[in-house]
Structures are given as C-alpha cells and as structure tokens.
Design a protein around this ligand. Structure first.
Ligand SMILES: [Fe+2]
Ligand SMILES: [Fe+2]
Length: 265
C-alpha cells in the first residue's frame, strides 16, 4: 500500500513539474492493435492495461529513442543499460509470476479446448524472451565499444526493435485477453501487487522510483494520465481473503517459499 502511495506521489510530482513525457515531441506509440472494444469495456481492463499496453509502449518508445540517438552518433549506452534492466525485470515477472498463474488457472478451468484459449507455446516456454535476449546481448556488446560502427549498431538495434515488437504484440494479442478471462479483477490487482511487494524481491523501493520516472518519461500523456489513475486504483483495493491469496500463491512456484501473509498487500 505504501509503495502505491509512493508511486502516486512520484507520478504526480513528476507530472506537475513538467518532467514527464519528455519524448512528447517525438512520435510516440500509443495503444495496441490487439486491443478491442470488448477489452476496454471489460470490468478488469484497468488491472491489465498497465502491464500489457502502457509498459510495452514505454519499452518501444524508449528503444526507438535510443536507436535515433545512435543514428545521430550519441553515446546511448547508459540509456540502453537502463532499458535492459527494466525489460529484464518485466520479463522475469512474466516468466515467474504471471504466466505460471495464468497457465495453472486455464488448466483448472479446462479452458484449453480452442487455440484462442491457449498461451502461445513460445511464450509459455520462455523461448520468445530468449529470442529478444539474444539480440540484447549483441547490441550490448556493440554499444559499449569506444567507437562502435554506427551502421552495424543501428541495424542491430532495428532488428531488436522488430523482435521486441513481435514479442510484445503476441502478449497483447493472446496473453492479455486470457488474463481478463481467467482472473477476477481483484486477483489481477493482487498479481500486479507481487511486482512491487518488496518482501518478494522483484522490485525494491529505489528501483520502483527509477522505473516510475522512466515509465512516465517514455509514454504519451494520453497513457500517462490513465496510468497515474491506475496507480491510485491499485492502492485502493478492498482487502482480499487470505484463502484467495493462498489460492494464487499455490499456482506460482516462485512464491512457494514465502508465508502467505508476506505475499498479501
Ligand atoms: Fe514478455
Ligand atoms: Fe510484456
């Protein structure tokens, strides 16, 4: 709860200071071609849009900004290192928390009687993340060089942008609608809370501040405002019974070592 309040204060402070949306002058990606009217009208929409649209667009926009910087011959190695760190955390959360919980719930609901009700194989296995990771390694090696070959670096970054976009779109097309169908709104906010629960070790307070600043700075104001409102929603959730937390916990191997009380927030 304290973390969400902190997030809200940071977001509000940054917005008021005119510090955010620093790429607004550039063409920023907004929304997703995967999102349909039925998703936006779904009662749980606000509980999935942050993790499946707004943060994805921050990754796309920041990577485009890095590539453009490299095209102009700037040293973008620090920007790229930050981008990598946040993407790594996002992917880890998906692989260790969100996908195992979704997979278990779909199996429980016996919902796998149609391809539209299945998590794509490469997302389930983590292979999709591996493909992006291999390109990240290649760019990292090049961008750290004292005088990287500009043409090769920009071309590798463009390759990474394409691979990342393909991966994110898969999640938006297939995972996001399944999350809406498989969980209650409160459960979705509970899954979201695991990411910022310091006891679970995914994101400490300092990292959270860095990510929040980065997030608002790399999305359009059109998405920054609803994101800010969702931070408030996340912090205002009614308590969920411990049995329901336990039910979620039991489907996520990474949370098994924790006391159920510690995963509640
Ligand atoms: Fe992912
Ligand atoms: Fe994602």
């Amino acid at each position: 709860m304290v973390l969400f309040v902190t997030l809200g204060l940071i977001g509000g402070g940054l917005a008021a200071g005119g510090f955010v949306f620093n790429h607004e002058q550039n063409t920023l990606k907004v929304g997703s071609s995967a999102v349909k009217k039925e998703h936006m009208e779904h009662e749980s929409w606000n509980a999935v849009v942050d993790n499946y649209v707004y943060i994805h667009n921050a990754f796309r926009n920041h990577l485009a900004y890095i590539r453009k910087g490299c095209e102009s011959g700037k040293d973008m190695s620090k920007e790229f290192a930050l981008w990598c760190k946040i993407l790594e955390l996002h992917s880890k959360v998906e692989d260790e928390l969100l996908i195992p919980a979704l997979d278990a719930r779909l199996k429980e609901q016996n919902a796998d009687n149609g391809s539209d009700k299945l998590i794509p194989e490469d997302i389930l296995s983590g292979k999709d993340h591996d493909k992006v990771h291999d390109l990240i390694e290649a760019v990292s090696a090049m961008i750290k060089e004292t005088n990287p070959d500009k043409g090769s670096l920009v071309s590798k970054l463009s390759e990474l942008e394409t691979a990342l976009d393909e991966h994110l779109l898969q999640e938006e097309l297939y995972v996001m609608p399944l999350m809406l169908k498989a969980f209650t709104t409160r459960e979705l906010w509970a899954l979201d809370s695991f990411i910022v629960n310091e006891k679970l070790g995914y994101c400490d307070k300092d990292t959270l501040i860095v990510i929040t600043k980065w997030w608002f700075g790399n999305i359009s104001i059109k998405e920054g405002i609803p994101l800010f409102q969702n931070f408030a929603r996340a912090g205002n959730q009614a308590p969920m019974p411990i049995e329901d937390w336990k039910k979620l916990q039991d489907t996520i191997p990474a949370l098994k070592p924790f006391a159920t009380e510690d995963i509640m927030s």
